[in-house]
Design a protein around this ligand. Sequence first.
Ligand code: ADP
Ligand SMILES: Cc1cn([C@H]2C[C@H](O)[C@@H](COP(=O)(O)O)O2)c(=O)[nH]c1=O
Length: 176
Amino acid sequence: MFAGKTEELARRVRRAQVAGHEVLTVAHTLDDRYGAGVLASHSGVEIASRSVDATSGIPGLVSADTRMVAIDEAQFFGPGLVTVVLDLLDSGLDVVVAGLTVTFDGRPFEPLPALMAVAETVVKLTAVCSVCGRDAAYHVRLPDAGNSPGDALVAVPAHVGGTDSYQARCRAHRHA
Ligand SMILES: Nc1ncnc2c1ncn2[C@@H]1O[C@H](COP(=O)(O)OP(=O)(O)O)[C@@H](O)[C@H]1O
Ligand SMILES: Cc1cn([C@H]2C[C@H](O)[C@@H](COP(=O)(O)O)O2)c(=O)[nH]c1=O
């Protein structure tokens, strides 16, 4: 988290739009922090988006004019997103996916690892460790975020949050 994934997704969406391409930006309904129809980064960058509650809702949003599909918070969609993304690519669309690769307890967070394996290009961004300032590929869930969050691999509304619930951490401080 806080690595700039949404900012980078927004940059790519805007760049495609400048080129005159029709872009479909998709988010998951689990994260409704900024309201329906908008994606926002932690720094306040906003882009218009459509929300769906499952991967099966994505293909139906694609129109004949769509050139690019941009998907944020891919970790909320689960492993089924891989097939949908591959089908979109096979139909000739550009697809850009942003999401968390690691859970708050440090495990690989599908579908990102599988998507990274089949992607032509992977950009892995890191945040700034909140303890020491080094590159942070991990995050910790803060004690105030609530007890017993359950399985980190199963996306639920209780896991949704920002600086209120999570901090970015480097390898050395990922358990601190
Ligand atoms: N620990 C941190 N490390 C880096 N950026 C942070 C941190 N905490 C807050 N930020 C802010 O978060 C922004 C990135 O937000 P965002 O694009 O939403 O990231 P992500 O989608 O990876 O969570 C940064 O530009 C910065 O303003
Ligand atoms: C670590 C972790 C985070 N989440 C949630 C928390 C946020 O709502 C999003 C990540 O958003 P960001 O744009 O990358 O900051 O995911 C989660 O569900 N499970 C986790 O393990």
